[in-house]
Structures are given as structure tokens and as C-alpha cells.
Design a protein around this ligand. Structure first.
Ligand code: PA5
Length: 460
């Protein structure tokens, strides 16, 4: 079970005049019933579809069946998707499979396939991936809820031609689409050609879909226990029902971040796991938080230009990179340090006779101890410098705790939407860029697109 320590968000946990006061905390507690009521009402109205993902009995059965049947006939899985259709699968792979998974031999991977996720149209990455993968041994999972995303569909066209060149009509047996159950071109192609599909539940948006078939299919294909992910997620959902803000961890995360931003000007939200395995959870969170909360208009249509800026970091690596800024830069940040009690393995640091005295504290201690000490020490140093932060403690990195962590952040994002008064489930700000891309690519019928200000053309 996750533990959220938030004492160092408060003035009395920090040196100097920084942090939220107890009065402000009491004000958050007082206002919480209204926020929770709004979230409940919107859920009842059909928003917040991801709350229902803990109950997916039949989807779990069919994904598991597919993964252990057809899926195991392949030794490479290639996921094509972008944004919410890719980041969740990557977070799951990094957290729950052995490090450097694709470099392990069959035995090292327990005979589960390798997994490559292409989430860009950078020709160098696409070309390299297709050069590395054997088309006869690959299962390609095209993930697009809408089926209209330019990057994913461009990847699909390239990969489909590559498959057909090697396999002819048998190419269709190497494809599985994750898409809307009814709508979109992928659904149409799948119907027409008998391509396997799994459904994205319509009420679940891309960045909230990691625990839907979007993330679960690739996860199951590489042997991740998807039922355990969902049972962890269920715990976060239960937590989120508490009417007491201080016992409702996801709601508390949202409330403290909103208050730090709105009342104290701390607009930057740093997520810093002390675990390489959680590095891509920070990447996933960055998209979740940014795309959901960064909004020009609130729900009533007023211009608010809201949204904290999420930043990813990794402990202890970033202690030698960004922590200087976090300690001494502007007071515009809130950090969450994520610590892991048990990393599953440990490595003891051996001694050496030529070691200087100032390193003599290392031999005989373990890397686990060192990492934990660094996390505690960074927290202490941040507190001394008056820097607001929280500690999120995970007992270990397993399907159960990762499922809880991902759902915790999704719920927190939903609550944050209510605190900010914005719709966390749309992304109107990315539309104009899409329209301009269509126009630049000469798409017919792209309609009238506003002309951006002329580039004065300065260059050096
Ligand atoms: O969170 C979101 O809604 C987006 O990031 C989408 O996931 C992303 O744009 C991909 O969309 P689609 O799955 O429709 O291809």
C-alpha cells in the first residue's frame, strides 16, 4: 500500500517562511466535500470513465487468452501509438519487466517476447526498428482509440507495407488493433480484413487508458500479471471514496498541488522516483498532468490559462543534475520524491584496501541502503532550504503497487481538474497544431486554418 507523507508541504515542516499554513490546510479540508461532490456528479454524468477499469472481467479473460495463445507465437511485439496510446505501456514495461528486457535472451525473458514501442515518426527510429525486427516473428499492436492520429496511421502504413513485403497476405495475422469498439478507420479495416482487435472502452480517454486494453494487452504479452495490476488499482479507488481529505491520498495529492500553485505560486510539479524502474511512470505522469490540467478556459468558459508544469526527475541521478535548481532556484516548485522500500534485489558494496578514508562508509553497506539514505537526505536538505515536497513510499515495485500508483495519479488528476475548475478530459490546445500539419502536408478538405503570425525570419 502506498504511503503519502505530506508534512514537508507545510510551514511547520520547513525552514523559513515557506509552505502551506495549517490554516490553509484546514481550508482545503473544509472545501473538499464540494470538490468530491462535483467529481461524483460528473462521474454519474459519464465523465471519469477510468474509475470503472478495475472491473474488467471479460476483457481480462480475452486479453489473457490472446496473450497466452496467439501472442506467444511471436518473439517480438511492436506497439505503434502516441501519447496516451504509448506512454502507459512503456511505464509498465520499464517498471515490471527486467531492466534491458529487449537485450535478454529467451531464457532471460522467460520465453516472453521482446517489446518495442514506437511513439514517434522520427524516420531514424522507425528505420532502425524495422531493420532490427524480423517481420516473420513480430506481432504489431496498432493502438489508436480514434484511428485518425496522423503519427500512428503513418507508422501503420509504413509497417503494414514492410510486413506485406515480407509476408504477403499473411501480414494480417501479424496485426492486432486496439481501438474504439465501433468507430474509426482501424475498426473498419479490421472488420474488412478479419484483423484481431481489442476494444478501448469509449468513456476512457487516451491518457487515462493505461489500465484498459491499451496498456494491458502489451503488458500481458510480455508476461505482466494484469489481474494483479487491477487489484492494486482497486485499492486506490477505495481510498478515493474517503470523505476525509487527509485520509484520501489521491485527493490530497491534488489539493496540495492546487493550493501550492494557486496560493503560493509553485507552478512546477516535479516527480522524482528513487527507482530506475519508475522512470517511465514519471514520463507517463508528465503527459497525464500536463494534457489534463493545462487549459486556457475553465469549465465556465472564462480564460484562466491554468495548469502546473510537470517535470520528471530520477533519484539519485538527478541529484547531480536538477537538484541544484530545486534547492536554490525560484520557490516555484513542489516535489514528490518516490521511495521504494524493497527493490527486489540488493547489491552489497565491497571494500578495497586503497579506498580513501572519506569513502570508508561505503564498503559493507548495500546499494539499497545508499539509495534510501540519499532519498531521506534530499528530503532533509529540501526541508532545510524551505522547499515544499512530499514523500510517496512504495513497499516494492510489483504489479499490485504499480497498479495502485497509476490509478492513484489518474484519480489525483481527476480531482485536480475539479480544484482548477477545468475539464481534465479534453485537449483543445493540440487541435491547431494538427490543423496546421494537415495544411502543410496538403491534406484536401483541411478547411480554413487560421494563419499563424508571419515568422520574421531572423536567424543566426
Ligand atoms: O491522452 C490523449 O487523449 C492523447 O494523448 C491520445 O492518447 C493521443 O493523441 C493518441 O490518440 P489516439 O489513441 O486516438 O490515436
Amino acid at each position: 500500500m502506498l504511503r503519502l507523507e505530506y508534512g514537508r508541504m507545510l510551514q511547520d515542516g520547513l525552514d523559513g517562511e515557506h509552505g502551506l499554513s495549517r490554516t490553509q490546510l484546514a481550508e482545503l479540508v473544509r472545501r473538499f466535500s464540494g470538490v468530491q461532490a462535483e467529481v461524483r456528479a460528473r462521474r454519474a454524468g459519464g465523465e471519469y470513465g477510468f474509475y470503472d477499469l478495475a472491473e474488467q472481467g471479460s476483457a481480462i479473460r480475452s486479453i489473457t487468452q490472446f496473450a497466452s495463445g496467439v501472442g506467444q507465437a511471436f518473439d517480438h511485439v511492436l506497439v505503434l501509438g502516441i501519447g496516451g496510446s504509448a506512454l502507459g505501456a512503456r511505464a509498465l514495461l520499464t517498471a515490471l519487466r527486467a531492466p534491458a528486457w529487449n537485450e535478454l535472451d529467451d531464457e532471460g525473458r522467460d520465453f516472453y517476447p521482446r517489446l518495442t514501442i514506437l511513439d514517434n515518426v522520427d524516420p531514424a527510429s522507425v528505420h532502425a526498428a524495422l531493420g532490427r525486427i524480423d517481420p516473420r516473428r513480430v506481432l504489431v499492436n496498432v493502438v489508436s482509440k480514434s484511428g485518425s492520429t496522423a503519427e500512428t496511421m503513418a507508422q501503420y502504413l509504413v509497417v503494414r507495407a514492410w510486413l506485406e513485403e515480407a509476408l504477403g497476405p499473411a501480414a494480417t495475422r501479424h496485426l492486432v488493433f486496439t481501438t474504439d469498439p465501433e468507430r474509426g478507420i482501424l475498426r473498419e479495416i479490421a472488420r474488412g480484413e478479419g484483423i484481431a482487435t481489442v476494444d478501448v472502452p469509449p468513456p476512457v480517454g487516451g491518457r487515462f487508458s493505461v489500465l484498459s486494453p491499451v496498456g494491458l494487452l502489451p503488458a500481458a504479452l510480455v508476461g505482466i500479471d494484469i489481474a494483479a495490476l487491477l487489484s492494486g488499482a482497486e485499492r486506490a479507488l477505495r481510498d478515493a471514496e474517503s470523505p476525509d481529505l487527509l485520509a484520501n491520498r489521491p485527493a490530497l495529492h491534488a489539493a496540495l498541488h492546487w493550493a501550492a500553485d494557486t496560493w503560493l505560486g509553485a507552478r512546477i510539479d516535479v516527480l522524482m522516483p528513487y527507482s530506475d524502474r519508475l522512470r517511465d511512470v514519471a514520463e507517463w505522469y508528465r503527459q497525464l498532468w500536463a494534457e489534463s490540467l493545462g487549459k486556457r478556459h475553465d469549465r465556465r468558459g472564462a480564460e484562466v490559462f491554468a495548469g502546473p508544469t510537470p517535470v520528471g526527475a530520477v533519484g539519485a541521478t538527478d541529484q547531480h543534475s536538477q537538484v541544484q535548481l530545486f534547492m536554490e532556484g525560484p520557490f516555484d516548485k513542489v516535489l514528490t520524491l518516490v521511495s521504494v522500500d524493497d527493490h527486489g534485489v540488493d547489491v552489497v558494496i565491497p571494500g578495497r584496501s586503497e579506498l580513501p578514508a572519506d569513502l570508508s562508509y561505503l564498503p559493507g553497506r548495500s546499494l539499497n541502503e545508499l539509495l534510501a539514505a540519499e532519498c531521506q537526505a534530499t528530503s532533509g536538505a529540501l526541508a532545510s532550504a524551505g522547499r515544499m515536497h512530499m514523500l510517496l513510499r512504495l513497499p516494492e515495485v510489483t504489479e499490485d503497487t504499480v497498479g495502485e500508483l497509476l490509478m492513484f495519479y489518474q484519480i489525483a488528476t481527476g480531482f485536480a481538474g475539479a480544484w482548477y475548475g477545468v475539464n481534465p478530459f479534453d485537449q483543445p490546445g493540440v487541435e491547431l497544431g494538427k490543423q496546421l500539419t494537415f495544411a502543410a502536408m496538403g491534406r484536401s478538405g483541411s478547411g480554413s486554418v487560421p494563419t499563424p503570425p508571419a515568422d520574421p525570419g531572423d536567424f543566426a
